[in-house]
Design a binder for this molecule. Structure first.
Ligand code: ATP
Ligand code: MG
Length: 199
């Protein structure tokens, strides 16, 4: 099986994550995409990150209707900071006969060198990089080429539509009392409103 891994804080999950995952799933012929929310993210100001259980529930609502999408709580079940290298090590044991593709946005690629054990990590599994607003194409291509040559990794860029949605934008909109309709699935929007999140 070909399996896509979509890791992130998902604070909250938005249509950018979903459109991207579905697009890549089709393009790479993935049998499934596993969404893995981080428990305690190493690179984010945790004051603004909602409880893992709440982020998980929003993912469940968002992916419910897609039979190819599933959720893993492997990172949020731990009390320690989530490092991708530990997650990938575990996933490779679980899916030892399958091929894993880590799906990341171009912004994540450009900060990949700050991730724990990144040299080892990029040799461990394939990476697929999606275009993202703000990350210049030539920078991304140059970085991929450099990493693949220096470390023998298999990172590739995939042509994806640019979707200018971020969780930050959604949190800011809510704070300003603006609508987030069509930026997140309707069920997620309702959940956010009902639970008075990100106010
Ligand atoms: P925040 O604004 O809080 O950083 P985010 O929208 O970047 O949130 P994350 O949960 O940090 O969402 O992202 C998880 C992964 O999805 C990252 O690899 C990120 O690059 C990618 N990603 C998120 N949104 C997009 C998008 N609109 N286009 C391409 N990649 C995206
Ligand atoms: Mg981000």
């Amino acid at each position: 099986m070909n399996i896509g891994i979509m890791g992130g804080t998902f604070n909250p999950i938005h249509n950018g994550h979903l459109i991207l995952s579905e697009y890549i799933r089709q393009k790479l012929n993935l049998h499934k995409v596993i969404f893995i929310p981080t428990g305690i993210p190493p690179h984010k100001d945790v004051r603004y990150v909602l409880d893992a259980h709440i982020r998980k529930e929003m993912i469940e609502l968002a992916i419910e209707s897609n039979p190819y999408f599933c959720l893993s709580t492997m990172e949020i079940d731990k009390d320690s900071v989530s490092y991708t290298i530990d997650t990938v090590t575990e996933l490779k044991e679980i899916y030892s006969k399958d091929r894993l593709y880590m799906i990341i946005g171009a912004d994540s690629l450009l900060s990949l060198h700050t991730w724990k054990g990144f040299e080892k990590l990029i040799r461990m599994t394939d990476f697929v990089v999606a275009d993202r607003h703000g990350a210049c194409d030539s920078d991304v291509l140059a970085r991929i080429k450099d990493l693949n040559i220096r470390f023998g990794s298999n990172i590739c860029r995939i042509d994806t539509p640019i979707i200018e949605i971020s969780s930050t934008e959604i949190r800011n909109k809510i704070k300003e009392g603006l609508s987030i309709r069509y930026l997140v699935p309707e069920s997620v929007e309702e959940y956010i409103i009902d639970n008075n999140l990100y106010r």
